[in-house]
Design a binder for this molecule. Structure first.
Ligand SMILES: NC(=O)C1=CN([C@@H]2O[C@H](COP(=O)(O)OP(=O)(O)OC[C@H]3O[C@@H](n4cnc5c(N)ncnc54)[C@H](O)[C@@H]3O)[C@@H](O)[C@H]2O)C=CC1
Ligand SMILES: O=C(O)C1=N[C@H](C(=O)O)C[C@H](O)C1
Length: 266
């Protein structure tokens, strides 16, 4: 049985991941939280609502990584990079769902994953990963005649903007159109900001209430518009996806993978 540890165990995603990992037939071997977290010492299964697991939440990263085959980490980029470093030293696999990585942090993640198999993906759902595939085709077919705008909606506790999924959608479309996402992404329009350029990809963010996550890519032409939308109704397909990634990544060759690799969509 694969031994899975969860980092960010008391978080919105961490709790659902503990349930999904258990349902996927894996053993929860450890549960990590930040030093000083009020639920340290409590049973991770009780906190997640799936009954006692006999695994106390701890902040001892080295011990937890030592005791697992794979660490699932849904926290923040800085914490994830530290976890990746420790997993690399101890030759353990890792699945990272945190979002908000800068291009430099992503490059560092690829460097740190040279010795171990690692999955880093901004969205673990099957639906969003199918959207990534479809978006590439749609952008390639439509070419430069359609303006591209991306809108994402999330809950009011989300810390990063735009979402990792929206950024990846922008990158997929930009690459299909032969553009550099970091040059053409437009995050802000205000005042007399001038006409829209042909190349830019508008990135808009909405935050409020308990929205789990919604993404729409608009391809806007003359007299017609295509919208490719994904709406997450619960966090469960993210957590099931991360359990699936954890089972997949153990035993892969070292390197940085994403959810499209896990799902065989490449
Ligand atoms: N890839 C995907 O499919 C998805 C990714 N996410 C991303 O996952 C991340 C977490 O999201 P949520 O669970 O909503 O946030 P959250 O804030 O509810 O949970 C994060 C948890 O990490 C803990 N944490 C912080 N520092 C830590 C440390 N040093 N060691 C151990 N634990 C630490 C926090 O105390 C907190 O409990 C975000 O970046 C979010 O964008 C969220 C949903 C799906
Ligand atoms: O923070 C969230 O909640 C989510 N974050 C991910 C992202 O930034 O893309 C995925 C999902 O939309 C939920």
């Amino acid at each position: 049985m694969i031994k899975v540890a969860v980092c960010g165990a008391a978080g919105r995603m961490g709790q659902r991941i503990i349930v999904a990992v258990k349902e996927a037939g894996c053993q929860i071997s450890g549960a990590l939280e930040r030093p000083g977290h009020e639920q340290i010492g409590q049973d991770a299964g009780v906190i997640a609502g799936c009954g006692p697991l006999g695994v106390a939440i701890t902040d001892d990263l080295n011990a937890v990584v030592e005791g697992c085959d794979v660490l699932i980490d849904f926290t923040t980029p800085k914490v994830s990079l530290k976890n990746l470093e420790v997993c690399s030293l101890k030759k353990k696999s890792i699945v990272i769902g945190s979002t908000g990585f800068t291009p430099e942090e992503r490059a560092l993640a690829a460097e740190l994953a040279r010795e171990i198999p690692a999955v880093l993906a901004p969205n673990m759902s099957v639906g969003v990963n199918v959207c990534f595939k479809v978006l590439k085709d749609v952008a390639t077919i439509l070419g430069d005649d359609f303006d591209v705008e991306i809108v994402e909606l999330h809950h009011n506790k989300k810390k990063d903007s735009p979402s990792g999924t929206a950024v990846r959608m922008g990158e997929v479309v930009a690459e299909a159109l032969g553009r550099d996402y970091n040059k053409v992404a437009n995050y802000h329009r205000e005042g007399i900001c001038g006409e829209r350029t042909k190349e830019e990809i508008g990135m808009q963010t909405v935050r409020g209430g308990d929205i789990v996550g919604e993404h729409t890519v608009y391809f806007i032409g003359q007299g017609e518009r295509i919208e490719i939308s994904h709406r997450a109704m619960t966090r469960d397909m993210f957590s099931r996806g991360s359990a699936r990634a954890a089972k997949w990544v153990v035993g892969q060759k070292p390197g940085l993978y994403d959810m499209q690799d896990v799902l065989g969509l490449k």
